[in-house]
Structure formats: structure tokens, C-alpha cells
Design a protein around this ligand. Structure first.
Ligand code: SF4
Ligand code: SF4
Length: 372
């Protein structure tokens, strides 16, 4: 459903650079889609005219290939390997540093990222849902993560409705897309001659007001609504329910775990691209002169051998137990922690798995066939 149609304005195609210019004038570094190493990633725009058109990608299990949109739209691509995650939860950063003073004493200095206002243009509904999950983890009461919070507060999110989901997308079945419903500052639905624009925050409203846009017509709002419905209907993958906790936890000894383990390389790609995964490792990295030591946090994966190593033994010694941990945490025990599944249906883990393991297929086999 296209939310807040009463607040919808219309941004003509030619005026899109003025939105970027307004954000830049307000001090935001603007990130937009760019081609890099054969994929669409978010990169800083050098000028208001820097948003690229016509990008698209074909996705399938174990496959991601850049293509071109025959209609030369701005946002016809579905998603790339990155979501918002790297903008808030850095792949690697120092959390604090230990310094030795002249007398040999130690002092501990917290390290915070520089405050940089960033506007991400082209955020998807699934990315917003994933960000809400990451917020629940990193900003939880009493355990607020200072680094995450600082980056999160400086974000401005320009969401876009997905008009053409990838073959790997299944956000309609998780209830997270393809039309952004919450969590954005501005949301755009791209039509032939422009964008239906809805603001979702005071800052978003101020930016939209500065552009002095006309109200969207009833026909434009209806076209955006229809486009979202068509995108949902076009998705061919799905999960067999939004709460699979009990059924999956009753399948812990299912032979399907052996079958998937025989294919899985335990490379961790699926966790790196997943917008909700938040596991990390921490390590102290001392300087060679012994005067300082950085306490580094680095993205980690439950597929790594060290991740299951606890107090002298490994609780997940093989790929079977690691894949099972990933899937049952994501789709089952996540409900106990966060009140929802940890999957937002973005399909990234399907496209970026080098052997094409498809979690919707694995879940179907586990849930529908049941125990032998
Ligand atoms: S499921 Fe695929 S992406 Fe994930 S660890 Fe296994 S081989 Fe790598
Ligand atoms: S589990 Fe896969 S489909 Fe679900 S949110 Fe993570 S990457 Fe996306």
C-alpha cells in the first residue's frame, strides 16, 4: 500500500537533481547507485546531476549480472550487495584505544566516528525493514552502541519503491516490501515522467517543501499504488509463513541439514550481504612500539569456525550445524529476541551465494516435507 497519499507531491523527472542539490545544501553527502566491480553499490555523488540512470541487474541463485534498463529509469534496479548496513555498522572500526603514558600507566580512549551527514538515495523497503531490526539490536535500552548511534542519527534516507523486483526477491511474503511503508525521510515512486514523493519525517518534509512541488494528482498516486501491487505480484519466491519458529525448531535433526551442508562452502557471503546480520568479532591490535593498542570490531559470520568456539570446544564443529544455526537464528529464534523474523526478503543471500543455495528452497524442504 502506498502510505500517506494525502501528503504526496510530484517531482518532475527533470527536477530530480534539485532534490540532490537541496540535500547537499543542507550539508548531506549524498550516496547514490553506481557500477563497481560488476555490481550496483552506493557511492558518493560528486554533483546534483550525478545520479546514474538505466542501471539494472539480473539476479538468480549464485548469479548477479549488470544489465541496462531499456526505459532508462533511475531506480529500475532491485538491489545490490549492499543495503544500508555499511553506513551504520562499519565493516571494521576501532571502538577504543589503549594508550601507555610516560610513567607506564594505561588510559583508555573511546573512539567515535566523525559526524558526517549522509543521505542515501535509492533505499529499498526491505533495507528500511532491516535497518529497523538493526536499530532494535544496536540501540536497545541500556546497550546503546555509540558508533552505530552516531552514524544512524546523521542519516537521511530517500527510499524508492521497487517497480521491478529481482527474481531473488520475496519481500512481499515477509511483509517488508516492495513499497516503503515506514522509516524513510522521503519516499519516491518512479513513474514515466517523474516521482510521486511522500515525506516521512520533519526533515523530509522540510526538504520537500524547499522544492516547492505541486501535489500529486489522484492518477499519479493510483499509478504508484498499482506499480507497487504489480511488483509484489511479480515476485516468484516466498517463505511459507512469517512465523516459522516452532516448525523450524521441530526440524533440528532433519536430513535436509546434511544435504545443504554438502553444498555450502561456509564462505560467509550470505551473512556479509544480509542487511540484518550483526555478528562481529573483537580483537586488540597493539602497535609494534607497544605504546598503543586499538580495540577493533570486525564483521563476523556464524559460518566461521572460530564463531562457535566457546571455552575450549566448538559448539558448531561442522557446516551442518553452522548452516542450521544461521537459518534457525534468522527465521526462528530471532522472533524471541526481536519479535519478528530476521529475514526481510531481500534475496541477497540467494544471489551472492557462490553455490546458489536458496533459503526459500531450503525452508520449503524443511517445513513442507517435515521430519522423515
Ligand atoms: S550458504 Fe552459500 S553464501 Fe552462505 S556460507 Fe554457505 S556457500 Fe557461503
Ligand atoms: S536472510 Fe537472505 S533474504 Fe533474508 S534478509 Fe538476509 S540476505 Fe535478505
Amino acid at each position: 500500500m502506498f502510505s500517506h497519499p494525502d501528503r504526496a507531491a510530484f517531482l518532475p523527472l527533470a527536477k530530480l537533481p534539485s532534490l540532490v542539490a537541496e540535500l547537499m545544501a543542507r550539508g548531506y553527502r549524498c550516496l547514490g547507485p553506481a557500477k563497481e566491480n560488476g555490481a550496483i553499490v552506493m557511492r558518493e555523488l560528486e554533483s546534483p546531476e550525478g545520479l546514474q540512470r538505466g542501471l539494472q541487474a539480473e539476479q538468480a541463485p549464485g548469479r548477479y549480472r549488470l544489465t541496462s534498463d531499456p526505459h532508462d529509469r533511475y531506480f529500475a534496479w532491485a538491489n545490490g550487495p549492499q543495503a544500508i548496513k555499511p553506513q551504520t555498522f562499519a565493516p571494521q572500526e576501532s571502538l577504543w584505544r589503549a594508550e601507555r603514558d610516560e610513567a607506564g600507566g594505561l588510559r583508555f580512549v573511546p573512539e567515535l566516528p566523525a559526524v558526517v551527514k549522509r543521505a542515501v538515495i535509492g533505499v529499498r523497503a526491505c533495507d528500511l525493514a532491516a535497518l529497523a531490526v538493526q536499530d532494535a539490536h544496536f540501540l536497545r535500552t541500556g546497550r546503546r552502541d555509540a558508533q552505530y548511534a552516531q552514524r544512524r542519527e546523521a542519516l537521511f534516507l530517500v527510499a524508492v519503491q521497487c517497480a521491478e523486483p529481482a527474481a531473488t526477491c520475496f519481500c512481499a511474503s515477509t511483509g517488508d516490501g516492495p513499497t516503503p511503508a515506514f522509516g524513510y525521510d522521503l519516499s519516491l515512486a518512479e513513474l514515466k515522467d517523474g516521482f510521486v514523493v511522500v515525506s516521512g519525517s520533519d526533515e523530509g518534509q522540510a526538504v520537500a517543501a524547499a522544492l516547492d512541488l505541486p501535489a500529486a494528482s489522484a492518477q499519479q498516486i493510483e499509478a504508484a499504488q498499482r506499480q507497487g501491487e504489480a511488483a509484489a505480484a511479480a515476485q516468484t519466491r516466498s517463505l511459507p509463513g512469517r512465523k516459522l519458529r516452532d516448525v523450524l525448531m521441530s526440524r533440528l535433526e532433519h536430513p535436509r541439514w546434511d544435504a545443504v551442508a554438502a553444498r555450502c562452502l561456509a564462505c560467509g557471503n550470505c551473512t556479509a550481504v544480509c542487511p540484518t546480520c550483526f555478528c562481529h568479532a573483537e580483537a586488540d591490535v597493539p602497535a609494534l612500539d607497544g605504546r598503543t593498542s586499538d580495540h577493533l570490531r570486525t564483521w563476523d559470520s556464524c559460518f566461521g569456525e572460530a564463531h562457535g568456539h566457546l571455552h575450549g570446544f566448538n559448539v558448531r564443529p561442522d557446516i551442518r550445524t553452522r548452516y542450521r544455526q544461521w537459518l534457525t537464528h534468522k527465521l526462528a529464534t530471532w522472533h524471541d529476541q526481536f519479535g519478528r523474523s530476521g529475514c526481510v526478503g531481500c534475496g541477497r543471500c540467494i544471489a551472492w551465494c557462490p553455490v546458489g543455495i536458496d533459503l526459500t528452497e531450503e525452508v520449503a524442504a524443511l517445513v513442507e516435507v517435515g521430519p522423515p
